[in-house]
Design a binder for this molecule. Sequence first.
Ligand code: SF4
Ligand code: SF4
Length: 217
Amino acid sequence: MDVCPTGAYTWIEQDGKRYLQLSHAKCVFCGICEEMCPYKAITITNNFELAATHKEDLLVKAGFDTKESVESLGKKLNEKIFSVFKRSLHVREVDAGSCNGCEWEFVALYNSPVHDLQRFGIDVVASPRHADCLLVTGPPTRNMETALIKTYHATPEPKMVIALGACASSGGIFSNCYATKNGIDNVVPVDIYIPGCPPRPQAIIYGFLLALDRVRK
Ligand code: SF4
Ligand code: SF4
């Protein structure tokens, strides 16, 4: 699978057999593998339930296709936020050197008239001191390393850190480069990884749902 620009495929040996393994942390969903596979064995689906609490869980598992809407997921999010916090969930977005694709996707989800995620109890705040959750994008760059660490320490406990997108999860298309750190978990602890480049709206909401489950525990 040399066609993959981020090296998301690796061959592994297990019990004397050879398997192809896909890392969702690295995949940028460009579709090249689907296009180039001579056996048409690869299909990019609209499955959004990809977020995980451990990076190892982003190694590919059998997937399934789902078309659950933003509206229905938003209602689940609303119920969970209010059962955990009894108020809205305060999110501080941290751009740690992203291309801004992930920000565009989140902004389109959060305050566009189409999805309007705010109505389900998500509130984006200007200071980490007011935040329950850091939503971090970017590989991160070395230039943003100190800022990310300071932001992390400025956020009160209990705090959640969500790595949004392939860059934040693994370095993505910018991995293995002198200027980046191959994923924000090399700088601060991460609770949830949301794959995608950028992640689709449902995938972002699903990641928030997983994050809230961690707070409840
Ligand atoms: S869709 Fe993902 S796995 Fe396939 S080539 Fe693109 S980055 Fe690699
Ligand atoms: S994951 Fe993709 S969209 Fe998001 S910051 Fe990285 S390159 Fe941009």
